[in-house]
Unconditional design. Sequence first.
Length: 140
Amino acid sequence: MIVGSYLSGYYDGTGSYLLTLAKGPGAVVVSNGDEGGPMTNGANAGSIYQGDFDTWTFTATQGDHITLSMGAVTPVSAHFAPWMRLVSPTGVLLGNSSTGAATAQITVTVPTSGTYTVIVGSYLSGYYDGTGNYVLTLTR
């Protein structure tokens, strides 16, 4: 992996950054001070800093009907809009929700038993720089 700065033809930007890696399926490692890890039914809270995403997991049995909901908690930045992706235990993307509003939702009947990965962040009209707090809810 190579990390750098690029803006409108210029590669001369300088500054500090945080680098985040999320993979699914598989075990999730959560850095100190960040959110993610095993989810439970009910609400799980987190915070997205600029360019961040959090990775959560839950186990499900084939045929379970699940709904994931992510809602923004005020105050948030101008570009903050909840964005969720759901990945199956076999690595298949089962859902991608980015509504551009204050909430996002994915509802599926899970195709296989195992550990599912939920990757959450902020995306709004080409911008990944939204910051804010969120509540992620899993219901079965």
